[in-house]
Design a protein around this ligand. Structure first.
Ligand SMILES: [Zn+2]
Length: 182
């Protein structure tokens, strides 16, 4: 039997759905993921503990999609990992973020709609965020989270605009600004 993670990854990255269905799934995922991080970052020291099913309910996200979020956040936790490969509905999991790792990983995933959330202002200073941003860019690694975003796709930030008319511009401006400050 497929694990929860396999179910999620097969749907999200596999060939079981047509392009429109997969697009709709990712759009839904990005909206829920943003809401999830708004909540987590509003109280970043909070520890969430419970089964996969319980935490999905607590965050108001269907379990199928919540598994994708647990997958995405696993490298940003405060010194531990969840058993994402083998977990089932009743497996106990824990969420407590390491803010610096999380910020860095959001930059690596090019998720500006997440590392630009206003909640960050109270967690890391602007200076520290700039340092982490530069550090990540210098490392040269790019994390592929979710589906690749093309200029004509709907932006993942949920604005309803095309990426090229939305976060892509902000992303390019930021890169320019930071390289000018070197
Ligand atoms: Zn956007």
């Amino acid at each position: 039997m497929a694990t929860l993670l396999e179910n999620w990854r097969n749907a999200a990255y596999g060939n079981g759905m047509n392009k429109t269905e997969q697009e709709a799934l990712w759009q839904k995922y990005f909206t829920l993921e943003k809401g999830f991080y708004e909540k987590v970052l509003s109280d970043p020291k909070k520890v969430y503990e419970g089964s996969v099913k319980e935490l999905a309910e607590q965050f108001g996200i269907e379990e199928f999609i919540f598994v994708g979020i647990l997958d995405g956040i696993d490298d940003s936790l405060a010194g531990f990992h969840n058993p994402i490969d083998s977990m089932e509905s009743d497996t106990k999991v824990k969420i407590q973020v390491d803010p610096e790792k999380l910020y860095y990983n959001m930059v690596e995933a090019k998720a500006s709609w997440l590392y630009d959330l206003p909640q960050w202002n109270d967690i890391l200073t602007e200076e520290r965020r700039k340092e982490l941003y530069k550090e990540q860019k210098k490392s040269g690694t790019v994390r592929r989270e979710g589906k690749k975003l093309y200029p004509n796709d709907l932006c993942h930030c949920g604005s309803g605009k095309k990426y090229k008319k939305c976060c892509m511009r902000k992303d390019e401006e930021r890169e320019k600004e930071l390289s000018a400050n070197e």
